[in-house]
Design a binder for this molecule. Structure first.
Ligand SMILES: Cc1ncc(COP(=O)(O)O)c(C=O)c1O
Length: 385
């Protein structure tokens, strides 16, 4: 890996480059191979003695390593590992730290898939989950048990885009001896690096801003070397490795993270301001500069959620959109919308919807890189009908 200048914008472009030995390709080739060949048994012996890097793609591949190392360096972590999806990376991080009997504290506003993994799957291995409302408390001590091992939170939550005082909560959890894992998918290391505040593990759905083009499913986990080594074994054993091509595409997307984020955040803040003044909108969810005081840039992310004043118009709104697509994901260069109640939060009861504010009229908007005036015009037309 070449050493590059320290600025984030330069690092994202140059950080990951794994050329073939002896060949000066400008971009990294795709190592589309399931296995690596050896010169002879001596080389096999050397590999198992720890001298070689790759034997079998499920255990490791240069394209997987390129992506993992790049995200680790951008997040300021010692090491990283890639996985077949964000969920694969979250699973590996959790299993690398947890054992049967352990208790996990998590913010109640975590991604539904993470909740399902902990609540439906890891519970079968004797791991207990407790969700807590960080907005309504100041101390973790009342919830910590002798078996509490891990504290899990997201930098910007989905779909209400809440930003809690992460530096405070990490300090609080560390003072109680907990391992802290942060899902930084919505913010990306462009906006904030949780490890600089003491987080132990940071995870990404690479499917989102890291890849940035809605064309891959990938995940990355970064942290200290021993935990990442264990997570790498777990990914290989559970068969959750990222394919070389998907790793290559994600690394390719990562190179433009800084320019994409700059443009998408700028567009999002203008769209949020426009929506706040729109008569058809009852409420806009977009983090304030006060919420994001600990971000390394004066930007609040590229996701905006809003509630229609008349929720009976929700079907008309989606129908009236012309080029902004309804798609239950986010973070591509193209603006898209999703509808949490009928997709990610389908399982919520009417009562849960009322309690959380995830109502029928709620729209989640992922702002892309288009001309902001076109985004405004498209939304205005759909809202007006
Ligand atoms: C915040 C967050 N974390 C993790 C995931 C899971 O990622 P993947 O779909 O790549 O498995 C998602 C997916 O939407 C997400 O929004």
């Amino acid at each position: 890996m070449i050493d590059v200048a320290e600025r984030f914008e330069t690092k994202t472009v140059h950080i990951g480059h794994a050329p073939l030995r002896g060949v000066q390709s400008k971009s990294t080739p795709i190592y589309q191979t399931s296995v690596f060949a050896f010169e002879g048994l001596e080389e096999v012996e050397q590999f198992y003695a720890g001298e070689g890097e790759y034997v079998y793609t499920r255990n490791g591949n240069p394209n997987q390593a390129e992506l993992a190392n790049a995200v680790a360096r951008l997040e300021g972590a010692e090491a990283g590992v890639s996985a077949a999806s964000g969920m694969g990376a979250i699973m590996a991080g959790l299993l690398a730290v947890l054992a049967p009997g352990d208790h996990v504290l998590a913010s109640h506003e975590i991604y539904g898939g993470t909740y399902a993994l902990l609540h439906n799957e890891l519970s079968r291995f004797g791991i207990e989950l407790e969700c807590i409302q960080l907005g309504q408390m100041t101390k973790l001590a009342d919830h910590v048990r002798p078996t509490t091992k891990l504290f899990f939170l997201e930098t910007i939550t989905n779909p209400l885009l809440t930003v809690v005082d992460m530096p405070y909560w990490i300090k609080e959890a560390k003072s109680l001896g907990l391992t802290v894992m942060v899902d930084n998918t919505f913010a990306t290391p462009y906006l904030v690096q949780p490890i600089s505040y003491g987080a132990d593990l940071v995870v990404h759905s690479g499917t989102k801003y890291i890849g940035g083009h809605s064309d891959v499913t990938a995940g990355v986990l970064v942290g200290a070397q021993p935990t990442i080594k264990r997570a790498t074994e777990i990914i290989a054993n559970y068969g959750a490795s990222l394919s070389p091509f998907e790793a290559w595409l994600t690394s390719r997307g990562l190179k433009t993270l800084a320019v994409r984020m700059e443009r998408q955040c700028e567009n999002a803040s203008k769209v949020a301001a426009f929506l706040r003044d729109h008569p058809a909108i009852e409420q806009v969810y977009y983090p304030s500069p006060t919420d994001t005081f600990f971000f390394s840039r004066k930007k609040q992310g590229a996701m905006v959620s809003f509630v229609l004043a008349d929720e009976s118009k929700i079907y008309d709104f989606y129908r009236a959109l012309h080029w902004i697509k309804l798609a239950p994901s986010l973070a591509g260069v193209e603006t898209s919308v999703s509808h949490p109640v009928t997709t990610s939060h389908r399982a919520f009861s009417e009562q849960q919807r009322k309690e959380t504010g995830i109502t029928m009229g709620l729209v989640r908007l992922s702002v892309g890189i288009e001309a902001v005036e076109d985004i405004r015009l498209e939304l205005d037309a759909a809202l007006g009908k």
